[in-house]
Design a protein. Structure first.
Length: 357
C-alpha cells in the first residue's frame, strides 16, 4: 500500500479550513432560539433564487423529498386536466433515489437510454401526459442547447448539475445538499427552485403538514436554521471551489487525452464537475489499481435502474443500450477543491501507470 491516502471526499479537509466560520455560524443560529423557519432559512432561500435565476426557492429535508414534492404537485395538476396516470421518463443510469421519488408519488415510470456522456436522450416529440426528468450526469448540464425554463413537460433533478443550470429548471428543479455534493450541508438537505408560484405555495404547505388548515396530506420536511447558516458560510466559497474543480478536471482531461479512456468532463459545454467520471474497458482493474495505491476511487453506477427489483415491469433499455454499456465501464476519481497539486499529479501518474505510460 502506498504512503498516500487520498479519500474520495474532502469533508474533513473542508471542515478544517472552515471550522471557525462554521462554528461561529452555528453559535449565532442557536443563540437566536428559533431553530426552524427563521432568518437563516430565508436568507439561504434568497441566495438560492439568485444563484439559480428563479423566482422561488424553498428548502426541504433532502433532494429526494424535493423531487417527490414536485412529482406530487405535478401529478395533481395532471389529473386536473387529463385522464389517466402521468408517466415520467427517467435516465436509466442514475442513483435509485430519482426512481424512488416518482414511484413513491404514484407515477408510471419509463426508463430512457442515455448518450455516451450519461445524459438521457431526447424524444422527437412530447406526447401529452408523458414527462421528462432531466438530469445532469456527473455535473454536465443536460440538453445545453434547449430552453426549458417553464416547460410543463420537464421536471429537473438538479442534484449533480444545478450550479450550472443556467436558469433551466423546467416546471421545477430539485436540489440536493447531501454531504457528497459540491455545496454540502452537514447532513441531509435539499431544496426546490421554480418559477411556478403554485408549486412554491404547494411545497410551503406540504413540507409543514399542510398547516394551518390541514386540508390535504403533507409531511415534516424542513432544514434547520443551523443547517442553513452553515450553508450560507459554504456558499461564500462555492465560486472559488468550482474554479478549482474545473482546473483539476481540465488538467486530468488534458493528461489522459491519449489514453484509451473517455473523460466525462472533457466537453466545452457547461459542467458543474460534481464527479470526475471516466469510462474504460477494464474499469474494475483500474479501480483495484488505484485503491492499492491509496487513491479512493468509486464505482458509482455499476448497475442501471433497469437492474433493480423496483423496476420490474417498467419499460427500459435493452442490454445493448448505451446506458447499460456505461454502467460496465465507469469509474470516478476523487474530485474536490482541497486536493493538493501533488495529489492531483499523483493520481494522474497512477492512471498513466495502469496503461503502462
Amino acid at each position: 500500500m502506498s504512503g498516500y491516502q487520498i479519500p474520495h471526499f474532502g469533508l474533513k479537509r473542508q471542515y478544517k479550513n472552515l471550522r471557525d466560520e462554521l462554528l461561529d455560524a452555528t453559535d449565532r443560529a442557536l443563540k437566536d432560539g428559533q431553530l426552524m423557519n427563521g432568518h437563516y432559512t430565508r436568507s439561504f432561500e434568497e441566495w438560492l433564487k439568485h444563484r439559480t435565476k428563479t423566482k422561488y426557492a424553498i428548502t426541504v429535508h433532502s433532494g429526494t423529498q424535493a423531487l417527490e414534492i414536485i412529482a406530487r404537485y405535478k401529478k395533481q395538476k395532471h389529473h386536473n386536466t387529463m385522464v389517466g396516470n402521468p408517466k415520467i421518463r427517467i435516465p436509466n443510469l442514475t442513483y435509485p433515489a430519482t426512481l424512488n421519488a416518482f414511484l413513491t408519488a404514484g407515477w408510471d415510470v419509463e426508463l430512457g437510454d442515455t448518450d455516451k456522456y450519461g445524459i438521457m436522450t431526447r424524444e422527437s416529440s412530447i406526447v401529452g401526459g408523458i414527462y421528462d426528468c432531466v438530469m445532469g450526469f456527473a455535473g454536465r448540464r443536460p440538453w445545453p442547447n434547449a430552453t426549458y425554463q417553464d416547460s410543463y413537460g420537464v421536471i429537473v433533478d438538479g442534484a449533480q448539475h444545478w450550479l450550472e443550470c443556467g436558469g433551466n429548471v423546467g416546471s421545477g428543479m430539485a436540489i440536493s445538499f447531501d454531504p457528497t455534493k459540491n455545496l454540502n450541508a452537514s447532513g441531509n438537505g435539499g431544496a426546490i427552485v421554480t418559477n411556478d408560484e403554485h408549486l412554491y405555495l404547494y411545497a410551503v404547505r406540504y413540507r409543514d403538514n399542510n398547516k394551518p388548515d390541514f386540508y390535504a396530506v403533507g409531511t415534516d420536511s424542513r432544514m434547520s436554521e443551523q443547517d442553513c447558516a452553515q450553508l450560507l458560510v459554504r456558499a461564500n466559497h462555492i465560486d472559488e471551489w468550482q474554479k478549482r474543480r474545473k482546473e483539476i478536471a481540465k488538467f486530468w482531461c488534458d493528461r489522459f487525452r491519449e489514453l484509451p479512456v473517455t473523460c466525462f468532463s472533457d466537453t466545452n459545454e457547461p459542467h458543474a464537475h460534481q464527479k470526475f467520471v471516466m469510462y474504460m474497458s477494464d474499469r474494475n482493474s483500474m479501480h483495484t489499481h488505484l485503491m492499492t495505491d491509496g487513491i479512493d476511487s468509486k464505482i458509482h453506477y455499476e448497475y442501471t435502474l433497469g437492474d433493480l427489483p423496483t423496476s420490474f415491469g417498467l419499460t427500459k433499455p435493452d442490454m445493448l443500450s448505451t446506458s447499460v454499456m456505461l454502467s460496465k465501464g465507469v469509474v470516478s476519481l476523487p474530485l474536490y477543491p482541497e486536493l493538493t497539486d501533488n495529489e492531483v499529479n499523483y493520481i494522474a501518474d497512477k492512471v498513466d501507470e495502469f496503461f503502462g505510460e
